[in-house]
Each structure stands twice: as structure tokens, then as C-alpha cells.
Ligand binder design. Structure first.
Ligand code: ZN
Length: 420
């Protein structure tokens, strides 16, 4: 075969893959949808659409459902993503917990478990516990679907080399250089994805949350620290070293408090759970009256965000002031991010998002005074939808994205062939 012919053959395969991917994505976004509408949306002719859809139905990614009557003639059949295409497992290792969910391809949750772990647990015992929960999830999901294992994802609170799936450093766990992807691949025969939890949460809000249908998304996770992720045209922006999204370590006050990263005055020293606790501690130590004294039984080390939010909702001044101060600093940073990046939507997640009602007016006040009018008008700031499941739903999303971008790839139906 000449070089030219080889190029043409490759080109056609690529074109088919792009078209399959486009159709699958349209069905995801506009479900249920008819072939006629798909032809309009993609600009492909009806014969090509039918041919491509037959392939997607054969691969079980798409199925036809009951028809919508249009009154005249035979109503067109509707297409949806096939829940029975297989199952996906997703998991998270947090600073003091592990979490596992399993879903079908719709994605309906078929299995979920969260277990507290000891803050000082060693990596191997946590990973073994995670694997045992994943095996249980695999067993249950395979009984409830067609047993096709589509993919497995894991989110971790640290820096990850996305290509190798190695956790380089997780400051809150004190773990270093753990080849997580390799470890999971040796236990499970499905594509494995390991990523930073905020990156996954960003994808989760894009596929299944409040950033649905927005192509340029900024996700901020306000928890122990302040992390984030960013999507440009539906794809994660990783930076050349893969470490992009460390918004919490932008310097907000050169003379500010010491940050865990070694720098002074990082944004997360002004807007995170850690600083929220600090504000409350200081006020109580200074003798301010608060119901929080009683709700944590005079033991300030047992303070948590839920207690502070609850107290603020009862108009407790200490709790309200502390949350408003965090909201004020969050707003200042978000105004700069809107000016610099102008994303279509900014989604707020993480533990502190439970205080959204109190944070939102403070954030909006800063945006109205600090962000450029045109940038502000074109960027929405909203609360995330996935709550405590933001990372694990993001894990489902990362497997989804891999399949939707390459439905032609037989890796996702290999398991089925292997069983035959
Ligand atoms: Zn820092």
C-alpha cells in the first residue's frame, strides 16, 4: 500500500471516530433525541447517521426507546445512552475517609460506601481497604448490568502525574510517589484513571452538575485548603507540568500568614476552612459571646464547618462574621479570576459550599465592585450540584469522557469479547 493510501485509510477511521463521538455527545446532551434532529445538529446525512447509530447500538452505548407521537405518520424513534452498556466504578481517598461508588452507564448509582479512615493510616492499608470496597462494588454492579466493566477512576487530594497515574505528593496524607494507577491495574481489568480530586470534581459538574452545557468552566473547591480545576472547551487545562489549578496558592497578601506550601499570604490563608476556624477561635478567645461554645462543649478543637453554618443560620454573630470574612476574601480572589480568565461559569464546591447562602452575597458584593463589568456580566457564579459526591461523580465523568471521545476504541468492549 502506498503512503498516500495509508494516510487516506487512517483519515477515514479518524473521521468515523470524530463522527461517532459527536453523535454520542449530542445524545448525552439532548437525550432523548431522534435521528432527524441528530442529522440537523451534526450536518451529517441521514444514511451516514443511520450507519453510525447502528454501530453505537451494536456496541450497546445507545438504545432506542418508545416513540413520541407527532400526530401524523410514523413517529420517529428516540435515542438515549444505554444504561446497560456496562458499569463504571469511581473512588476517592480523602484526608480522613475513602469513598466508592458504582454506576451503570446512565449513570444511576448502584453501589456506594464511605468509610472514615484514621488520619495517620499508612498508604498500603488504606489502598487495600479501597481495593476491597472496589471489589465489592464490582461484584454488585456486574450482577446488575451486563458485566461490562467500562472503567475505574480514583481521585486523590494531591499532585498527580496524570500520564502515569502516580501520586507525587499529598500534603494532607503525607504520601509521596505512590504508583496508584499501576496498583489498581494489577487488580482490575478495565481502563484506570487517577487524578487530583478538584480536577475530577470539575469534570463532574460539567457532565452531571451545574456546569452542564458550559464549555469554559472554573471549579473552586473550598475545603481544608482551596483547590480548583478549569475546563477550556470541555477539556481540563492541566498546564505543561500537569499542576495547573493551584488557585489557592496565588499570593493575596505578601505579608500575610504562613501557608502550608511555605509561602506567605496565599489566597487559601484567607479563604478556607482552616482560616474560618481561626476566625472563630480568635473571637471566642477574645471573649465574644457565641452559641458555638456550647455546641462544641467548650472544646474548640471539636469545631466543624457544619456547627458554624448552623450557628450562623441562628444569627450567631461570631459564626456569621467569620463566614462573611471568608466570603469577602473569596469574592476578592474570584473577581481577579473573572478578570483574568472570563470563564462561562464558576462553580463553588468543597466543605464550605454548605455556607453558600451566607457566602454568596459577600462574593457578589466584591464582584460588583472589583470585577470588570463586561467580564462579570458574562460569567455566572453558582453553587455546585454534586456536593459531597463531587469527586466520585467526577470519576464517573472521566470514564464517560474517555468513552465519548473514542467510542470507536474497542478497549471499552474488550471485556465483553474476552468473556465470549
Ligand atoms: Zn500556599
Amino acid at each position: 500500500m502506498s503512503g498516500k493510501q495509508m494516510y487516506q485509510a487512517g483519515d477515514q477511521t479518524l473521521l468515523r471516530q470524530i463522527n461517532l463521538s459527536a453523535i454520542l455527545n449530542h445524545i448525552r446532551v439532548e437525550t432523548p433525541v431522534s435521528r432527524v434532529v441528530l442529522a440537523e445538529r451534526t450536518g451529517l446525512n441521514k444514511a451516514t447517521i443511520s450507519n453510525l447509530i447502528n454501530e453505537l447500538i451494536d456496541k450497546k452505548f445507545v438504545k432506542e426507546i418508545g416513540v413520541k407521537s407527532s400526530g401524523l405518520g410514523r413517529p420517529p424513534s428516540q435515542l438515549i445512552l444505554n444504561p446497560e452498556a456496562g458499569f463504571i466504578l469511581s473512588s476517592e481517598i480523602g484526608a480522613d475517609f475513602i469513598s466508592v461508588i458504582g454506576t451503570d452507564f446512565s449513570p444511576k448509582i448502584l453501589f456506594e460506601v464511605t468509610e472514615k479512615i484514621n488520619h495517620n493510616s499508612d498508604a498500603s492499608s488504606v489502598i487495600n481497604l479501597l481495593i476491597s470496597h472496589l471489589k465489592k462494588a464490582q461484584e454488585i454492579c456486574s450482577q446488575n448490568t451486563n458485566n461490562n466493566f467500562l472503567g475505574l477512576a480514583l481521585g486523590v487530594p494531591g499532585l498527580v502525574d496524570y500520564e502515569t497515574g502516580c501520586l507525587l505528593f499529598a500534603p494532607n496524607l503525607q504520601w509521596k510517589d505512590i504508583p496508584l494507577k499501576k496498583l489498581l491495574e494489577s487488580e482490575f481489568s478495565a481502563p484506570v484513571f487517577v487524578d487530583n480530586e478538584a480536577n475530577l470534581a470539575t469534570l463532574g459538574e460539567y457532565y452531571f452538575g451545574n456546569a452542564f452545557n458550559y464549555e469554559d468552566v472554573l471549579f473552586l473547591s473550598v475545603g481544608v485548603g482551596l483547590g480548583g480545576g478549569m475546563l477550556r472547551q470541555g477539556h481540563l487545562l492541566r498546564g505543561v507540568g500537569g499542576m495547573a489549578g493551584e488557585f489557592g496558592h496565588m499570593t493575596a497578601d505578601p505579608d500575610g500568614g504562613l501557608c502550608g506550601c511555605g509561602n506567605r499570604g496565599c489566597w487559601e490563608t484567607q479563604a478556607s476552612q482552616r482560616v474560618l476556624f481561626k476566625y472563630v477561635h480568635e473571637a471566642i478567645i477574645n471573649g465574644e459571646d457565641s452559641i458555638l461554645r456550647e455546641s462544641c462543649c467548650n472544646d474548640l478543637s471539636s469545631l466543624n464547618t457544619d456547627l458554624i453554618v448552623e450557628a450562623a443560620k441562628k444569627n450567631d454573630k461570631v459564626a456569621l462574621d467569620a463566614l462573611k470574612k471568608v466570603g469577602h476574601h473569596l469574592g476578592i480572589g474570584i473577581a481577579s479570576l473573572i478578570n483574568a480568565l472570563n470563564p462561562g461559569i464558576i462553580v463553588l464546591g468543597g466543605i464550605l459550599s454548605s455556607a453558600w447562602e451566607i457566602l454568596e452575597p459577600e462574593i457578589n458584593h466584591e464582584l460588583s465592585t472589583r470585577a470588570l463589568y463586561w467580564n462579570r456580566e458574562s460569567t455566572k457564579v453558582v453553587l455546585g450540584k454534586n456536593g459531597k459526591q463531587s469527586c466520585v461523580m467526577g470519576g464517573i465523568a472521566v470514564v464517560y469522557q474517555a468513552i465519548l471521545s473514542k467510542p470507536h476504541n474497542n478497549e471499552y468492549i474488550e471485556n465483553e469479547f474476552q468473556r465470549r
